[in-house]
Design a protein around this ligand. Structure first.
Ligand code: AMP
Length: 284
């Protein structure tokens, strides 16, 4: 079946009326699709097989979650390419709204989740999660999906969305999907397209460092400082935004990795901000 591209809320309502009573899997993205996004779509299809329902993709570069105008302006976009990939991944409907469609004039309602946003990307990108929660709320409200799929690469985002879903008694289920990586270990990200060739090579320091953290943990290290010791040198010439050790449940800094623990980082290579993480001691 050909993919249906929908740009307005009114059109979306029309599409939904034709599929009333069916299940729906929703994959929200900012586009410039890669295998990580496609993995979310495959997971969506597993949860909602074709005979039971539809697979929906949203492509929207959400201005409210960017606290840096230059970062927003340089965010890679390729709608035509995305739609080809989405169609071959079996997406039934792609929602590709303009900014005004999701934020009509005088839109003034925002959604904020407390606590979980205090550290990591919440501390280094003020207002970021308020923007994420607001747009995900709008999408969840519009689609009312059976399942919404999100990547563990954005671990804090996933934790915050899970909390919001629970606190606000949203219908459906939030599903987390493991991080997809390049064969050399670099986590797939739309931002990777902005790396120079030497920057791309240097960024391999991230998965190498996370592997070292895992090796230390496997060898019995539990002290947080020792787990991430030498991060500066290991991630050089990357510019560290943060490297943090937090409990995987509340995302608060810990000194000891005695319960499920997340080591998360954000590092700039070529002025491109890359994030990644590793979970120590199983899921929370
Ligand atoms: P983005 O377009 O970057 O906002 O990402 C859209 C969704 O894809 C989010 O839920 C991300 O966590 C997820 N995602 C991004 N990169 C990956 C990856 N390498 N593996 C798995 N999921 C990913």
């Amino acid at each position: 079946m050909a993919i249906r591209v929908v740009r307005s809320v009114a059109e979306l309502r029309g599409w939904q009326a034709q599929h009333a009573g069916r299940e729906l899997a929703l994959v929200p993205t900012m586009g410039f699709l890669h295998e990580g996004h496609l993995e979310l779509m495959r997971a969506g299809r597993t949860h909602v097989p074709r005979e039971r329902g539809e697979l929906a993709l949203s492509i929207f570069v959400n201005p409210a979650q960017f606290n840096d105008q230059a970062d927003l302006d340089s965010y890679p976009r390729d709608e035509a390419g995305d739609l080809v990939k989405a169609e071959s991944a079996g997406v039934d409907v792609a929602f590709v709204p303009e900014v005004d469609e999701l934020y009509p004039p005088n839109a003034s309602t925002y959604v904020e989740v407390g606590g979980l946003d205090q550290h990591l990307c919440g501390a280094t990108r003020p207002g970021h999660f308020r923007g994420v929660c607001t747009v995900v709320s709008k999408l969840w409200q519009l689609f009312s999906p059976t399942v919404g799929l999100f990547g563990q690469k954005d671990f804090q985002q996933l934790a915050i969305i899970r909390r919001m879903h629970r606190d606000l008694f949203w219908p459906g289920q939030v599903i987390g999907v493991p991080t997809m990586r390049e064969p050399d270990g670099l986590a797939l990200s739309s931002r990777n397209a902005r790396l120079t060739r030497p920057g791309r090579a240097a960024a391999l320091a991230i998965p190498r460092f996370l592997q070292l953290v895992n090796q230390r943990y496997a060898a019995g290290t539990r002290n947080a400082s020792l787990l991430i010791e030498g991060a500066e040198q290991a991630l050089s010439p990357g510019r560290i935004h943060y490297v943090s050790v937090v409990d995987a449940d509340q995302l608060q800094p810990v000194e000891q990795a005695d319960t499920p623990t997340l080591v998360a980082l954000a590092v700039f290579f070529d002025d491109v901000r890359l994030i990644d993480n590793t979970l120590l001691g199983g899921p929370p």
